[in-house]
Design a protein around this ligand. Structure first.
Ligand SMILES: *[C@@H]1O[C@H](CO)[C@@H](O)[C@H](O)[C@H]1NC(C)=O
Ligand SMILES: *[C@@H]1O[C@H](CO)[C@@H](O)[C@H](O)[C@H]1NC(C)=O
Ligand SMILES: *[C@@H]1O[C@H](CO)[C@@H](O)[C@H](O)[C@H]1NC(C)=O
Ligand SMILES: *[C@@H]1O[C@H](CO)[C@@H](O)[C@H](O)[C@H]1NC(C)=O
Length: 872
């Protein structure tokens, strides 16, 4: 047992690390939620919040007895105690490090999905410096405390043991502190008055603690009282979801015999426009009810025994169509003149692309926060510097920024000049929000027109996407090329544009890895057959290799793609192909590094208590990407396809910084509005410039592209017929017609609304008599997916963050009164929230909030049904 000669000094230190780490974790945990706790209850229940910690500390102390030769197996208990201490120390450091980096709390339940993903591990490792800093501080405090905690706890345990022990005097001091004679006598044999009092006090304290523990509300106090290392067990347990999914894992799938074929046949037959063998993505159109009946595919059924689990636009109570609306008149005029030719489509997804920086201009809460970092006398200079940051974005949106003197900014220095005359350029959407702050969930919305799944990470890759995606639509057009119906007609027609006959080629390009969270699978599922990604840029067999070095943990700056994009444009221009290019930018991702040869500028002042470096780095990457967009636009001009290319630009999500909200930064489990406002632009030099004020989301992108292709006669009649049929099946509205924020429902139509899918949540979210306004509801899934959903309704100023797990709060805000969302209302239950909303914002806001909660919960279940998702 020589080993133990070295251990004793380490034991009290490890124990101190456990105490300090555990208490630090608990302090952070409570501090993060303190603002939403009623003070009186908090004081009342606070003793129960540390109960678990006390047990953990006592347990560890018992394990870490002073080693004595008399007790066998003690080395085992010491080792166990030591491991326990190291775990708590480490986990607490991770929690604090994560908090310092993002302002959020670690969700251990989501951590196992991250740990199994190498690219995700890289993200986690990028925060290693703050984690080690936190670990060092905890270790330092533990070291300063030295043996104190060890000693005190020993005394405490000894006292308790003494009170209840049989009174036999120990031969040695069990807990490593000198024995006290008054404690060593049994209370059974010598029940003096003092001892009786002590016992009585301890018993009554314990019973009142127990009483408080049993009577306290489970939300939020159960979550708040969790102590390390017990909370780590969440990582191994099944994800708990309070909005219960209607497909339980234990539930058996119904046999065909129990399904009423009448329901299926209703509205479901093989469409006449569908080609004989369509590409992937069209299976819900492909199968007749009879085929479905025998199809051994469990994901068709689920939530509701009678209804197949696929999306049915005819039964979607939230769908509002604006296709019967007139096309905006100036646009219609351009179409009538046969002036708008869309041979190619480019969809650029701007990583962390905030609307406030596309373009950077005065008058947003963000701009005011940036100015706030400068002293008063330097503000004019700061304005002039900021508004010249994004010249290309100004030309693409037609939102021209003004400088400190109110003059329009001189854009002649930009690397691309818009050749379209003033008043031309296409559609610019203001007021758009993203469908998810997780990039690839957002991409599903823009590329496939679907709402993503409200579950953590890209579970969608395991399922069939419930609408055809853009590459699949173009593949559909390709399948009828060369067939008699398609080509012969257009070949005979002399006036038919030659592009009608050309096949589409869909290419996906990004300069970073596509190995993060199954993105490569997602791209395949969406129908991309060609891709250029980081592995292309590093492979020696590729045509072009990366020239610069990697800029972040995912890969290279997007400018490395330039030769590939140039080749693709050349091919589109000269080789009779119709190009669809999807490109996601990368430099604007955390940690916001730029290539070495890019000169970083200083946009931030030094006022205020927050660290402005992250924001300053972000702004530099935004300027870098603005220049990159200029290069893409210039290449379009050079290859001569600019006049026949539709360029769609959308932000995947925003990015919250300390300048937006001191406490909450980043997208992870942060529902703040600065993570949601994104630009949406449909750029074409021959389309008139239109500013569209609409709270649309990226699910409008597919319907708008289809509507544009049809209306501009860029498709042959056969393709056009298919496109029109599909257009009305997507959930989003077309943005070339006035956006409909809400409709007055006809009460009779209400009566025919589909029946309830489950007992708790009505199938028609508005059932109150007398109210027949149906909003265009928007849903924004909060990164990593399964914790919260942001619910908004177009045309209303209110916003609700709906928690999907017990350890998250309800958050309400009014964006008219508080556009930067600096003073939201937080509550742990919807009841409390409604009370607060009603008293601070009035009854209309409260009524809206109640509806939003119902609709949101219903939607979460409905999305699981649409995707055929069951929790594993
Ligand atoms: C804009 O700036 C350029 C130099 O970059 C200058 O030549 C030009 O005269 C300026 N235009 C106006 C209207 O000030
Ligand atoms: C809705 O759109 C309006 C402009 O039409 C905008 O002012 C408002 O901020 C938008 N709401 C959200 C949640 O983005
Ligand atoms: C042009 O198209 C043909 C046939 O579609 C293809 O084989 C060839 O590789 C293409 N050329 C280029 C430069 O892309
Ligand atoms: C694009 O269209 C403009 C007219 O709007 C015309 O002046 C220009 O020459 C066209 N460019 C090409 C390459 O055809």
């Amino acid at each position: 047992m020589k080993l133990f000669a070295y251990l004793p000094p380490a034991v009290p230190f490890l124990f101190a690390a456990l105490v300090v780490g555990g208490l630090a974790s608990k302090t952070l945990h409570i501090a993060l939620h303190f603002h939403s706790l009623p003070l009186l209850y908090f004081v009342l229940y606070s003793p129960t919040l540390v109960l678990q910690d006390i047990f953990v500390i006592a347990f560890a102390r018992v394990l870490l007895l002073t080693p004595t030769p008399e007790i066998k197996l003690q080395w085992l208990s010491t080792v166990l105690g030591g491991i326990l201490s190291l775990i708590v120390w480490g986990a607490s450091s991770v929690q604090w490090g994560f908090f310092m980096q993002t302002g959020a709390e670690v969700d251990w339940a989501a951590s196992n999905s991250f740990l199994s993903d190498p690219a995700a591990m890289k993200i986690l490792l990028s925060g290693i410096s703050t984690v080690s800093a936190a670990g060092t501080i905890i270790g330092l405090v533990a070291w300063l405390a030295n043996t104190k905690f060890y000693h005190w706890t020993g005394l405490g345990l000894q006292a308790i043991r003494g009170l209840f022990s049989s009174g036999i005097r120990s031969r040695y001091t069990l807990l490593g502190v000198p024995d006290r004679s008054w404690l060593s006598t049994s209370w059974l044999t010598k029940m003096d008055f003092k001892t009786t009092c002590r016992v009585a006090i301890i018993v009554s304290l314990s019973s009142s603690l127990l009483f408080l523990e049993l009577t306290r509300p489970s939300i939020p106090y159960d979550h708040l009282s969790g102590a390390l290392p017990l909370t780590l067990l969440d990582a191994f347990s099944k994800k708990s979801v309070t909005t219960s999914g209607c497909r339980q894992p234990s539930q058996k799938f119904p046999l065909w015999t129990s399904v009423n074929p009448g329901l299926l046949a209703n509205g479901w037959s093989r469409p006449s426009w569908l080609p004989e063998s369509p590409p992937s993505g069209f299976s819900r159109y492909e199968h007749s009810p009879e085929e479905l009946a025998v199809k051994d595919n469990p994901s068709w059924y689920g939530c509701n025994e009678a209804e197949p689990g696929f999306y049915n636009p005819k039964k979607d109570p939230l769908k509002i169509s604006n296709l019967d609306g007139e096309i905006y008149a100036p646009l219609k005029a351009a179409f009538d003149k046969h002036n708008v030719e869309i041979e190619h489509v480019i969809l650029v997804t701007l990583e962390s692309g905030r609307k406030e920086v596309f373009p950077m201009q005065q008058g947003t809460p963000m701009f005011d926060a940036l100015l706030d970092s400068h002293p008063k006398e330097e503000r004019e200079q700061a304005i002039d510097k900021l508004v010249t940051m994004t010249p290309v974005s100004q030309m693409l949106t037609g939102e021209y920024a003004t400088d400190s003197k109110g003059q329009r900014v001189n854009l002649t220095g930009a690397n691309w000049q818009d050749s379209a005359p003033e008043g031309m350029g296409g559609l610019n959407v203001r007021g758009a929000i993203t469908g998810s702050s997780l990039t690839f969930k957002s991409v599903l919305g823009s590329h496939c027109g679907v709402h993503p799944l409200p579950v953590d990470l890209l579970e969608e890759t395991e399922l069939e996407i419930y609408q055809p995606c853009l590459p699949q639509l173009f593949e559909l057009f390709n399948t009828v090329k060369g067939s008699d119906a398609g080509s012969s007609r257009s070949e005979r027609d002399e006036s038919a544009p030659p592009a009608w006959k050309n096949p589409w080629k869909s290419v996906f390009m990004q300069s970073i890895t596509d190995g993060y969270d199954r993105q490569d699978t997602l791209n395949e599922n969406m129908g991309f057959k060609h891709k250029v990604v980081k592995s292309t840029l590093t492979s020696s067999g590729s045509k072009y290799q990366a020239q610069g070095s990697e800029i972040n943990y995912f890969g290279y700056a997007e400018t490395e793609l330039k030769p590939y994009i140039k080749d693709l444009f050349e091919e589109a221009a000269h080789n009779k192909t119709r190009m669809f290019l999807s490109h996601i930018t990368s430099t604007t991702h955390h940690p916001w590094n730029t290539p070495d040869d890019f000169r970083n500028d200083d946009y931030m002042g030094s006022r205020g208590s927050i660290n402005h470096t992250p924001m300053n780095n972000y702004l530099n990457t935004v300027r870098f990407v603005d220049g990159w967009l200029g290069e893409i636009m210039a290449m379009l001009d050079q290859t001569g396809i600019a006049n026949s290319t539709l360029v769609v630009i959308v932000g995947d999500h925003g990015q919250a910084f300390a300048e937006d909200h001191k406490e909450m930064t980043g997208t992870y489990e942060n529902g703040h509005i600065s993570n949601y406002r994104v630009p949406i632009v449909f750029r074409h030099p021959h389309m008139p410039r239109l500013n569209i004020d609409a709270n649309a989301t990226s699910i409008s992108i597919i319907p708008t592209i289809l509507d544009l292709l049809i209306q501009s006669k860029s498709l042959d009649p056969r393709d056009s017929e298919m496109a029109s049929a599909l257009l009305s099946d997507y959930q989003g509205q077309s943005l070339i017609r006035p956006f409909v924020p809400s409709i007055k429902q006809n009460p009779d139509a209400n009566a025919q609304a589909p029946r309830e899918t489950n007992s708790r949540i009505s199938r028609k979210p508005h059932s109150k008599p007398g109210d027949h306004t149906q909003h265009n509801w928007n849903f924004g899934i909060v990164n990593a997916g399964g914790s919260m959903v942001a619910v908004t309704a177009a045309g209303t100023p209110w916003r609700l963050i709906l928690p999907l797990k017990e350890n998250f709060e309800y958050i309400f805000s009014d964006l008219d009164k508080d556009p930067g969302e600096l003073h939201p209302l937080n509550a742990w239950t919807i009841k409390e929230l409604l009370k607060e909303v009603s008293s601070k914002y009035g009854d209309a806001a409260a009524k809206w909030t109640r509806d939003a909660e119902r609709v949101g919960k219903w939607w979460v279940n409905e999305q699981r049904r649409n995707w055929g998702y069951r929790e594993a």
